[in-house]
Design a protein around this ligand. Structure first.
Ligand SMILES: Nc1ncnc2c1ncn2[C@@H]1O[C@H](COP(=O)(O)OP(=O)(O)OP(=O)(O)O)[C@@H](O)[C@H]1O
Ligand SMILES: [Mg+2]
Length: 414
């Protein structure tokens, strides 16, 4: 008898990647692993009242919803704590470790995070104790002085930010005072700006797999990921990928994206707490099939091998490396890479892919070329893009995935 594994999807309004993921899981069908056959199935999860003692049917859940909706977030915690459901991502560290915690941890580990300060809220919390507390313990400060210590230009951005909300580039003390006075209740970081950089990168990570892409932050959201190869030396590409994998292994995030700015050969991570990133076709284009393939492979691995959800972090193992002043940066990165490989079971995963999913590459090429996928592509652009740009985006996505298919075919021949 085949073992059945249900992969749950916690979704908002996404159209394309869930359809592609479901289609690919259907095409993979059953998986032979060890001496057993495993059947993989998918289901979109409904947000319903739940008994804390009920037993959920899922082996693995991919979450793209709980970052803004509390009900599924608390449901995820229940299924992790009580039912050993495997989650992309860990809801505990995801909730607790916003951008700020990620900066702190990666600074301690020796990464080249730009200088960053946290400043008190402009509008304090609404609590009757605030005023008497602040009279005693909050000395007056001038944000412009903090700005001078960091140097201009700098970025002011929310400590727990996302989607560029409240992010501004500031060039003088005057501007900073003004921006701070208008920052309201948001707790803000001030961060040294990496100016005149060589390359802006954004990496997408799924399980142990990371794709480093060139990114144009100034472009419209549909055109930010730039299709270009060789924009980094092999060593730098490796370094940027290792940084992403380190962040993920450290926080136990398995579906995340990170931004690293490269300037004069130095890799500066500036934003890497984006667990549950956007992987829509309208954003990723050429890289969309890579994301689907990685999600299918990683979810299949977790479900079929019964990988255990690990809730608690092993921060000490990383700090032991980070705190060792004798170790040069490169050696630290090598050790972090090994810790990340151990966490993600990289070797076992690669073996699984080769033996249990030998046809995945071909299956995906077939699917991407199918009329079924083309209709997903078209309906996704109709749903996500304003009318006057739909035709252009449909053509752009078609040619991007056709280019991906050609590259896969060429790679398969070599
Ligand atoms: N230290 C920095 N140096 C140079 N540019 C920066 C820096 N910090 C932020 N930026 C610019 O501002 C943009 C938004 O900042 P950041 O990524 O930190 O915010 P966010 O709200 O998390 O964005 P998102 O969630 O969309 O990635 C970055 O993509 C980058 O272009
Ligand atoms: Mg960002």
């Amino acid at each position: 008898m085949a073992k059945r594994h249900l992969i749950g999807l916690l979704l908002a309004t996404e159209v394309d990647w869930p359809a592609a993921f479901e289609a690919m899981i259907g095409r993979v069908g059953s998986v032979r692993y060890g001496s057993e056959t495993h059947e993989l199935e998918t289901e979109r999860i409904k947000n319903e009242p739940f008994d804390l003692r009920y037993t959920p049917p899922y082996s693995v859940v991919i979450d793209r919803l709980s970052w803004w909706y509390d009900l599924p977030r608390e449901w995820l915690k229940k299924v992790a704590l009580m039912d050993d459901v495997y989650l992309l991502n860990n809801p505990f560290t995801f909730q607790a470790m916003e951008k700020h915690a990620a900066y702190c941890a990666m600074m301690r580990l020796g990464l080249k995070v730009p200088a960053t300060w946290l400043i008190p809220h402009k509008l304090p919390p609404d609590n009757p104790r605030y005023v008497p507390m602040a009279e005693r313990y909050n000395p007056h400060f001038d944000p412009a002085e903090v700005g001078e210590a960091i140097g201009f230009p700098l970025f002011m951005k929310p400590f727990d930010g996302g989607m560029w909300v409240g992010v501004s580039r500031i060039t003088s003390g005057e501007e900073l005072r003004f921006a701070y006075d208008n920052s309201g209740e948001r707790l803000m970081h001030l961060q040294e700006s990496i100016e005149d950089f060589d390359v802006f990168t954004r990496s997408l990570s799924i399980g142990p797999l990371t794709k480093v892409m060139r990114f144009d932050p100034a472009a419209h959201g549909n055109y930010r990921y730039v299709l270009e190869r060789g924009f980094l030396s092999r060593e730098l590409e490796q370094e940027v990928a290792t940084i992403s994998r380190l962040v993920n292994a450290f926080f136990r995030w398995e579906f995340n994206s990170s931004e690293v700015i490269v300037k004069n050969g130095q890799a500066h991570p500036i934003d890497y707490a984006n667990a549950s990133p956007d992987i829509a076709l309208a954003s990723l284009h050429y890289y969309f099939p890579w994301a689907i393939k990685s999600l299918v492979a990683w979810c299949a691995f977790c479900a079929v091998t019964g990988r255990r959800m690990r809730i608690n972090q092993n921060t000490r193992d990383y700090f032991a490396v980070g705190d060792d002043n004798e170790l040069p940066y490169e050696e630290k990165l090598d050790r972090y890479a090994r810790l990340a490989d151990a966490y993600f079971q990289t070797k076992e995963f690669e073996e699984f892919r080769a033996t249990a999913l030998p046809d995945l590459d071909e299956l995906l090429v077939d699917y991407i070329e199918s009329p079924e996928f083309d209709s997903v592509l078209v309906s996704s652009m109709r749903a996500e893009v304003e009318e006057e740009r739909q035709e252009e985006m449909i053509e752009r996505s078609r040619s991007a995935v056709a280019c991906w298919v050609a590259d896969e075919r060429a790679a398969a021949k070599t």
